[in-house]
Design a binder for this molecule. Structure first.
Ligand SMILES: Cc1cc2nc3c(=O)[nH]c(=O)nc-3n(C[C@H](O)[C@H](O)[C@H](O)COP(=O)(O)OP(=O)(O)OC[C@H]3O[C@@H](n4cnc5c(N)ncnc54)[C@H](O)[C@@H]3O)c2cc1C
Length: 602
């Protein structure tokens, strides 16, 4: 695999030049930290990415987890990775000091390591990442007793945390969950049911597995109003601190296309009527609580997709610079030496496609990370505004990198020609690994309906208005720069298109009901996503343009020029795609609603 999997220079650009992450230090919550601390975290994460995660990239794929006599065996280094993640403070990075955390901003404590470790080896990075998310739910909603019981071991990387939602009949539709909790006089509940596809739901790299599970309390109201959040440990803790079985059994693991270094498990709770679960927070509020973890996980999924795409980009860039093939179209001499394929315009097109997807996605994800941090430290209306922006952009920040990551890795593979298709080169694995991201944490179809059916209407459209104000701010800044004015104008018309399409679809909602309204929600998400990334590219170009005026050194000149050309690429090749999408979205003929099932028969 290529040496480079992510650009430290670009991460610094996103954190400190495009955005003012240092300004978070003025809030009391983060006041103990400094730019030096942030840089040290970046350096340490890069070192761990290179030395711990990347060397296991191929091996964890080839030696995938095995299910042996009811036990899940994972790569022997998983235990070590969990331990190092615990010792290094990565699992509790954003938690408050009094709960053993470092109280770091999300952008530094979660975004950076997730990006770097995920680019180096996505499978290896999910074990402690999931534990961070599960422990975060206990931090936010658990009782003091739960915090005392579970957090120390989870934060230390000794116990695995999971997010257990999916059931055979309840994947996208969590309304239909049936796993049941029956209250007992002892204070705990007896749990019975099945969960499917649970990532890291059982394995021998941790001493215990703590499931944060969505469960329906017996006789709870039907639908999402009757879902509660429970802690269900694989092994329960006896009074003397020793562990005993909690009747949580792993019935098997799935054999997957990619992301093969981490097991996804089928779990059975209470087959012997002895599975105990503990209610977190209030009954029937489980879905709202779980949304904290799901929203974080959705951003993490977008990030993971962008980072796998980043590893693919650097691998194909390195290859394109080294692989001699053919000659320039202008060279007529068959005896002249072949040129590296990067000299061919079509290969540069593919590389620019990759670069524009990777760096555009990362910029949007950092933007979301900052909204999350600002939401935590501000109050009143300001806080609500950051929350609304984050809510609105979450389905976009999940789906754009996930869907475009597949295309981006595919183009990377294409650059390697026949070698791209072979196991000896990393592209085929990266292409397989990235494929999960449009599926888990809510499929792209579900994200589209979330964006159009819920988020655009949230608080009477306030989230959308706040977002458009942010985009217009970037447009105004770019209009002052003659070189960027054409892009600013292009984005302005794209925003006008977005408003037109949205108003048209809301009209359909009012006249023709939800089915017609949401029939093409996935296309709306794609349309919206392209404009959101164009916004981030314009911001990057403005920033790079200003930096170029300060006569930087040669490598910075190349870096900023790379940003300027990638912005031109995005506006020239990607943004125009919204025109075709707009035609479809404005036509609203209900083709997919009226198509009959029987017509698919031959
Ligand atoms: C590798 C992997 C890891 C996972 N990890 C976890 C985990 O840790 N915890 C966990 O709880 N789950 C996990 N999952 C489950 C994952 O979240 C679900 O697979 C996903 O939510 C989709 O559910 P499903 O598979 O039942 O598909 P379905 O819900 O059956 O969807 C199938 C297709 O139908 C579409 N569809 C479904 N309903 C609608 C609708 N109402 N309108 C329009 N289209 C619709 C979907 O978009 C999709 O294209 C994981 C899955 C995988 C593959």
């Amino acid at each position: 695999m290529a040496e480079k999997f992510i650009s430290e220079r670009n991460l610094k650009f996103l954190l400190y030049e495009l955005n003012d992450t240092e300004s978070l230090l003025r809030y009391p919550r983060y006041a103990d930290h400094s730019r030096e601390v942030f840089d040290m975290i970046l350096d340490t994460a890069m070192r761990m990415g290179k030395d711990l995660f990347k060397p296991l990239f191929e091996e964890m794929d080839r030696k995938a987890p095995e299910y042996v006599k009811g036990e899940v065996k994972v790569h022997p280094r998983v235990r070590d990775i969990m331990r190092q993640a615990g010792e290094g403070g990565w699992i509790a990075s954003t938690f408050p000091y009094d709960l053993g955390g470092q109280q770091l901003p999300f952008t530094i404590g979660v975004f950076l390591p997730t990006a770097i470790f995920g680019a180096a080896n996505y499978s290896a990075a999910v074990y402690h990442g999931l534990t961070h998310g599960a422990a975060g739910l206990i931090v936010s909603y658990g009782s003091q007793e739960m915090k005392d019981t579970y957090l120390p071991k989870m934060i230390a990387g000794e116990w695995q945390g999971t997010m257990a939602l999916t059931e055979p009949q309840a994947g996208s539709s969590l309304t239909d969950l049936t796993t049941t909790a029956t209250p007992t006089e002892e204070g705990y509940y007896k749990i019975r049911g099945q969960k499917l596809f649970i990532s890291a739901g059982d394995h021998d790299g941790a001493d215990n597995i703590i499931h944060l599970a969505l469960v329906r309390i017996k006789d709870a109201p039907p639908g999402i109003k009757g879902i509660s959040l429970f802690i269900i440990p694989k092994k329960r803790i006896k009074e003397d601190g020793s562990l005993e079985s909690n009747d949580v059994n792993c019935a098997g693991i799935y054999h997957k296309l990619g992301y093969r270094g981490a097991p996804i498990t089928q779990l059975a709770f209470g087959e012997n009527d002895d599975c105990r679960g503990w209610l977190v927070g209030e009954a029937n509020k489980g879905l709202a609580y779980m949304f904290q973890m799901m929203n974080g996980a959705r951003i993490d999924v977008g990030l993971a997709a962008a980072c796998i795409s980043s590893a693919a980009y650097y691998a194909s860039l390195e290859y394109a610079r080294e692989r001699p093939q053919g000659r320039k179209l202008t060279s007529k001499d068959p005896l002249s030496p072949q040129v590296p394929i990067i000299e061919h315009a079509d290969v540069r097109r593919m590389l620019l496609f990759q670069k524009s997807i990777v760096e555009g996605s990362l910029a949007l994800l950092v933007q979301c990370g900052l909204y999350e941090d600002l939401e935590h430290v501000t109050e009143g209306e300001e806080r609500e505004n950051y929350n609304l922006l984050l809510e609105l952009l979450t389905p976009v920040a999940k789906s754009y990198p996930a869907e475009m990551g597949i295309l981006s890795c595919s183009q990377g593979l294409q650059i390697l020609g026949g070698y791209g298709f072979c196991e000896e080169f990393p592209l085929e694995q990266l292409y397989r690994d990235v494929r999960i991201h449009p599926i888990h944490e809510g499929t792209t179809g579900i994200q589209g309906m979330d964006l159009l059916g819920r988020k655009m209407m949230m608080k009477k459209g306030k989230a959308a208005q706040l977002y458009l104000a942010e985009v217009r701010k970037a447009i105004r800044e770019a209009q002052d720069d003659m070189q960027l004015k054409p892009f600013a104008d292009q984005l302005q018309s794209a925003v006008a298109q977005l408003e037109k399409v949205t108003a048209h679809l809301f009209g359909i909602a009012a006249k023709e009901g939800p089915e017609m309204f949401l029939a093409d929600a996935t296309l709306y998400l794609e349309f919206f996503g392209i404009i959101a990334i164009a916004w981030q590219w314009l911001r990057q170009a403005v920033c790079a343009g200003k930096a170029l005026q300060k006569n930087p050194g040669e490598s910075d000149v190349n870096f900023y020029n790379g940003k300027m050309v990638a912005c031109r690429y995005f506006y020239g090749y990607e943004l125009p795609k919204i025109e075709g999408l707009a035609i479809r979205l404005l036509s609203g003929d209900g083709l997919t609603v009226t198509m009959k099932n029987e017509y698919f028969e031959d």
